[in-house]
Write a protein that binds this ligand. Structure first.
Ligand code: NAD
Ligand code: PPY
Length: 347
């Protein structure tokens, strides 16, 4: 199901995409961005929502998959506070009309403060600020999960531990920055790229090597970690990527179906994003639905490495791409949970 709305006053368009409610209410963040066209916003919402279904299922979380996209009339930084507030309020009205079949949370260009604003109009919001009783930012936990996935991927690819490996991180934001700190502490040599000068200054100050944003796909490394935007690896880039493994936080890293097969053929081990970046979902759903404390959230997040190892085992046994194997595992988990009648309602 897809809900859309356009607001003439601000020029913003809204999409809420519910991909699946088989395991529980659809959940997934609100992404705000300036899209080339409304059709692009719709397509993005569809792909992001189906990735959430896979993420929840493979992670054994009692939620379905959904996502919201707000197609902004300009870049987020150019939207004034009053306009932004109206946009959030309209979005919250749209969410509220779905009566709990869809729960939102933060995503690119939305944060806990924005979730607090949504919560003035609707209850169906994850990731409000700690002061408002929410779970706050999920970024650190997402970074921790990607780090655990990176270690498991390096092991399976025969690269050993991260100590001495070259890791290229694209995007040093909330997740990529945390990942950089964790990987560096584990002994990895970091190559980093960002388009934001403050983040690059932080990286230089931390002793990491900065490369140009346009050099990322041509720079040799052991592990490539896309932590900025999706669709970064298509068939053409997969055919020439100079890396041994890909493990990142971005949703929908692969732009097309053939990219996964090409990576496999070239011996580049791809860790499926909807498995590796589930730390954020463990944080939000764990704290706000399942009543987990921080320790339990971390415990589940560390076990992302076990799920990933299961994915690699299926991929090896069935001679199939890791992305296909992860989808297979997610589908199996959906069928098993539905048969067991395991869905749990949120708070
Ligand atoms: P963020 O906005 O904090 O960071 C993104 C960073 O990427 C910014 O520093 C930005 O300047 C940089 N960037 C943008 N375009 C770039 C380019 N072309 N080259 C290099 N750098 C570029 O976002 P985040 O919360 O760190 O999330 C990163 C990715 O992980 C997103 O794709 C997001 O959907 C995904 N993700 C995040 C979470 C979470 O908990 N925050 C959970 C799951 C998935
Ligand atoms: C994501 O993990 O991509 C999200 O959108 C974050 C999220 C996770 C669980 C519920 C709501 C938002």
């Amino acid at each position: 199901m897809t809900v859309t709305r356009h607001d003439r006053e601000t020029g913003a368009s809204f999409v809420i995409r519910l991909d699946s409610t088989r395991l529980g209410p659809a959940a997934g963040g609100t992404r705000a961005a300036h899209y080339p066209s409304f059709a692009d916003a719709l397509t993005d919402a569809g792909k992001l929502a189906s990735a959430m279904t896979l993420k929840m299922a493979v992670s054994n979380l009692p939620m379905g998959g959904g996502k919201s996209v707000i197609a902004l009339p300009a870049q987020r930084n150019d939207i004034d506070p009053a306009t932004w507030n109206r946009i959030l309020t309209l979005h919250a009205e749209n969410i509220d009309k779905l009566r709990g079949n869809y729960w939102t949370g933060p995503d690119v260009n939305t944060n806990s403060a924005d979730m607090d604003v949504l919560n003035e109009t609707t209850d169906y919001v994850f990731g409000r600020s700690l002061e408002r009783g929410g779970a706050g930012s999920s970024a650190y936990n997402t970074a921790l999960g990607v780090f655990e996935a990176m270690k498991a991927t390096a092991r399976h690819r025969g690269l050993g531990s991260l100590d001495g490996l070259t890791v290229l991180i694209q995007g040093l934001g909330a997740v990529g920055g945390g990942l950089a700190t964790l990987a560096s502490a584990a002994g990895a040599r970091l190559l980093v790229a960002d388009t934001d000068s403050d983040r690059l200054a932080w990286a230089r100050g931390s002793g990491h090597t900065v490369i140009g944003a346009d050099e990322v796909l041509g720079t040799a490394c052991d592990i490539f970690a896309p932590c900025a935007m999706g669709g970064i690896i298509d068939s053409a880039t997969a055919a020439r990527l100079p890396a041994s493994a890909v493990v990142g936080a971005a949703n929908n890293i692969l732009a097309d179906n053939t990219a996964a097969a090409i990576l496999r053929k070239r011996g580049i081990l791809y860790a499926p994003d909807f498995v590796t970046n589930a730390g954020g979902a463990f944080h939000l759903v764990g704290r706000e639905v399942l009543g987990w404390n921080e320790e339990t959230v971390v415990e589940h997040t560390r076990r992302i490495s076990d799920t990933l190892t299961e994915v690699f085992t299926i991929s090896d046994a069935e001679s199939t791409a890791t992305d296909t194997a992860a989808r297979l595992l997610a589908r199996r988990r959906i069928e098993t949970s539905v048969q067991a009648g395991a869905a749990t309602a949120p708070r």
